[in-house]
Design a protein around this ligand. Structure first.
Ligand code: E4P
Length: 214
């Protein structure tokens, strides 16, 4: 499983990319709005940092509007992946964009059927939301496993991005369930890389070294 970072914050992206952990970025309108910056400017800046897929989401509700926005977004950089919501109009847009060679990430996926239909429409990625399913008492990890099984059985190349990751254990669970990618907020990346025994071990090594070399 690969890591993407789920943020529109350029400093967080730089820090995670420098560590070598992430190879892509996902944003959404809420994350971009939080930064209070021009949407296209932020996406361009992110593509200059990360040499990998950068998802940028459309806002239109109709297929024609989505396609129009998608063309503008895709023209920003070759690594832009257009994020399209999982609706009937969204699927029409995905199918049309697939024909044009524009990569898409179908977002707000909450069932295996939605993932399968998005894949068949030509989505490059599907994004099932683990945390938001858990928010309503459903099993987000089971959904990842179900989609991974279906895609494997049918030889579907669409990649599964486990989204709405809320805690470090989600990362392990998504990797075991067969997600191709987990898109993870910076805070959770930092929580996941730390372990108190690692910190204690470093301290002890330094103390032992200092004592022996007094
Ligand atoms: C992914 O593409 C979404 O932007 C994101 O993971 C949503 O996460 P949230 O449910 O924590 O807002």
């Amino acid at each position: 499983m690969k890591f993407f970072i789920d943020t529109a914050n350029v400093e967080e992206i730089k820090a995670a990319y420098e560590m070598g952990v992430i190879c892509g970025v996902t944003t959404n309108p809420s994350l971009v709005a939080k930064e209070g910056r021009d949407f296209h400017e932020v996406i361009k800046e992110i593509t200059a940092i990360v040499n990998g897929p950068v998802s940028a989401e459309v806002l239109a509700d109709d297929a024609q509007g989505m396609i129009k926005e998608a063309k503008v977004l895709a023209a920003l950089d070759e690594h832009v992946v257009v994020k399209i919501p999982m609706t009937a109009e969204g699927l029409k847009a995905v199918a049309a964009l697939h024909m044009l060679g524009i990569q898409t990430n179908v977002t707000l996926v909450f069932s295996a059927n939605q993932a399968l239909m998005a894949a068949r429409a030509g989505a490059s990625y599907v994004s099932p939301f683990v945390g938001r399913l858990e928010d309503i008492g459903q099993d987000g990890i089971a959904l990842i496993a179900e989609i991974a099984d279906i895609f494997a059985v049918h030889g579907i190349a669409t990649e599964i991005i486990a989204a709405s990751i809320r805690r470090p254990t989600h990362i392990t669970e998504c990797a075991k369930a067969g997600a191709n990618i987990a898109t993870v907020p910076y805070k959770i990346i930092m929580q996941a890389l730390h372990h108190p025994l690692t910190d204690a071990g470093i301290k002890r090594f330094k103390e032992d070294w200092a004592e022996a070399n007094q």
